[in-house]
Write a protein that binds this ligand. Sequence first.
Ligand code: NI
Ligand code: MN
Length: 227
Amino acid sequence: MTKIIFNGHANVSIFGNSGCHILIDPFFTGNPSAKIKDISSITPDVIIVTHGHSDHIGDTIKISKQSKSTIVVTNFEIANYLERQGVKVHKLHIGGEVKFPYATIKLIPAIHGSTLPDGSNGGVAAGALVFIDGKVIFHAGDTALTREFRTLGEFYPPDVAIMPVGDTFTMGPKDAGIAAKWLGAKKVIPMHYNTWQPIEQNDAFIRENISKYAEVIFLKPGEEYIL
Ligand code: NI
Ligand code: MN
């Protein structure tokens, strides 16, 4: 069973058939929409960090150190920053991929910043394709609408696209609809909205813009979707 759990904001867990846990953008502490308050028992196999902003790198350092086997997959600059703090990393950059026995992870471009919490350079922002159990799951990270989605749709159309819809800092519902069309996504899980006032959106407006092209799956923090 392949399962996606929405942890709130851009924070998502993917569980594979093998029982593997891939945790993306693990922002729990200080996340107003996170249901999980005690993170001490979270021990994922892999953490993917899409970019350096604090609402994405989140609790990566703490969680990754809770298990000797957790590997953080992220871009070269963020990986170096984490490595200096004792985190086990696998360095990629945009376009690169890494194969694990249970999944392949590929970083793709996002149109966004990536400055790290200490102000240092976090390289280029990314989205992530996760190839798992014969399915393609796309986490877009923080991004504007980009023609890149057409390329992804041509070669890696996702079964599920997890996409930001909050506007202000990322694309909003209208552009997310175009993204869904270009991606050829079967299903879209909206993220990165309603966490704070500047990214408030209503579900009807999101559905109206995206459902022309893909089925919209609204997940509240803590809810899961089984592929
Ligand atoms: Ni960001
Ligand atoms: Mn963000």
